[in-house]
Design a protein around this ligand. Sequence first.
Ligand code: PLP
Length: 390
Amino acid sequence: MNRTLQSELQEIRSLGLLRSTRLIKGSQRANVSCNGRDVLMLCSNNYLGLADHPALSAASIEAIERYGTSSGASRLVSGTMELHEELERAVALFKKSEAALIFNSGYAANTGIISALVGRGDVVFSDRLNHASIIDGIMLSGARLVRYPHGDYTQLGKLMEMHAKGRSLIVTDGVFSMDGDIAPLAEIAELKRRHAALLMVDDAHGSGVLGENGRGSAESFGVGDDVDILMGTFGKAFGSFGAYAAISAELRELLLNRARSFIFSTSLPPSVLAASLAAIELVQSNEGEKLRDKLFSNSSFFRKSLIEAGFIVPTGSTQIVPLIIGSAAVAMQFSEALFSEGYFAQGIRPPTVPAGTSRLRFTLMATHSQADLAAAVEGICRVGSTLGVL
Ligand SMILES: Cc1ncc(COP(=O)(O)O)c(C=O)c1O
């Protein structure tokens, strides 16, 4: 490797910011073997446990037998298969939108959508804690980025008074990925109307989990009609992979013609599309309802137990429970020590979260047992006391 790159890598190492992967053996369950150790999984986005659900696996296998393993091309060449259109119809029905467009991942959706909708001379108002893929989409677009303080719609309103000239887009996570809180969508929708702005909500962590039948955060606030672009992913609660934008038919046509991540990439394969279709059905079924109930009782139990033990846990109600530590080094030590106790929770540090707010990000699943969670809280307390965090 070239010398300057070597020294840049060395700098990452010396700052204690080097990242590496951990190997999970078998499927994504609550109890897994990770790097050769049996641990309780506390950092997966497989919220409803659908990643190894028999209905999704069966649908994938059947799709492979019927349609093969690849779409062979991008959507606008010859890569649009029956399942792409079927999934888009299913998403539109589920989200009560006029149309939908499938993207290859949430990252591809955010970068592609934002850079297709705005450009030089336009303004994007973005929550300070929005996901990195949103920020990258804004950078790629060349539009002016105006960040507003996290969840602060009063400030957003003031910033819009000052800067909302020409075309403007407000973009926010529905459920914030590292904090687990929910965006104030009713107030944001009101600002969108007042300034005739476009509104985009990234519901990667809300879809399948919040709202009636798991329709997501916008539906839970009753502001679905104000959201011009409702983006969501299939890789989290839906146990599959890929993403979508629930939109008007006109916006679909525009994105199909302009979103470069959609245009210049081989489309999703049949197995993935079939798993997503099965997941949309399951999420809306009685089984989906039961899984959501279990997820919520697990999340409330876990959050309450950590708060009662004396940890700094922001108030919230979702399945994402951050335990704020501050120092990146201590957050990583905490994560390592917990791992030795048999609990896997990733330490999250800059640049994923702002400096000084490094944390453990716990994510709950419907497949956790309450006994396992209670034992995990005890383990977290032991490590917290040893490291002086408690
Ligand atoms: C809020 C949010 N948006 C987008 C993404 C990207 O989605 P994907 O993993 O499908 O690329 C993620 C996480 O992965 C996310 O947390």
